[in-house]
Design a protein around this ligand. Structure first.
Ligand SMILES: [Zn+2]
Ligand SMILES: [Zn+2]
Ligand SMILES: [Zn+2]
Ligand SMILES: [Zn+2]
Ligand SMILES: [Zn+2]
Length: 170
């Protein structure tokens, strides 16, 4: 059986008051903290959270040091001539005998009977390969994502607001 003497009541009442006082104080502190934490738009970055001065160098993801290797010539700037099998010599049917090797039963004097006339390959001018038409002999392309720079300076995090775009109001 609980014996609620006047002293006990008094103690309970004091505890209750202290509790209310505690809540009040706590509430007051919270309010002050809210005031202190009121946010304003960061004047350095205008709320973007980015450093207005680009300082962070990042390599381009789309190339190697600003260039992409040409797929057509594998980077050497020369395309193998398929018309002459890279020999530089084109074998055409002999014009004299139309490739038959014989004229009126006689061996063709121009091709010696094999019906083939060998000529300098017109496609590669006898070189067996020709300048790559894709990259114009460079073997590589300037990356158009970075304009050949190989990377770019980016705006880093705003040092004033740490990238949040907000600061505690002055
Ligand atoms: Zn800022
Ligand atoms: Zn090429
Ligand atoms: Zn011939
Ligand atoms: Zn050729
Ligand atoms: Zn690039």
């Amino acid at each position: 059986m609980v014996n609620l003497t006047p002293v006990t009541w008094y103690k309970l009442s004091v505890m209750k008051t202290q509790y209310i006082l505690f809540l009040f104080l706590f509430g007051l502190i919270s309010t002050q903290q809210l005031f202190a934490q009121e946010k304003c738009v960061c004047p350095t970055c205008n709320g973007e959270g980015l450093n207005p001065v680009p300082t962070e160098w990042r390599d381009c993801d789309f190339c190697t040091k600003g260039y992409n290797t040409c797929n057509t010539c594998d980077g050497d700037g020369q395309e193998p001539c398929h018309r002459c099998n890279e020999t530089g010599i084109a074998q055409l049917p002999c014009r004299e005998c139309n490739g038959y090797g014989k004229i009126n039963g006689e061996t063709c004097g121009v091709c010696g009977g094999d019906g083939i006339e060998e000529m300098v390959c017109a496609n590669c001018e006898g070189k067996g390969s020709y300048n790559c038409h894709s990259c114009g002999q460079l073997g590589k392309f300037i990356c158009n994502m970075c304009g050949g720079e190989g990377g770019k300076l980016w705006k880093g995090t705003c040092p004033k607001c740490n990238g949040t775009g907000e600061i505690i109001c002055p």
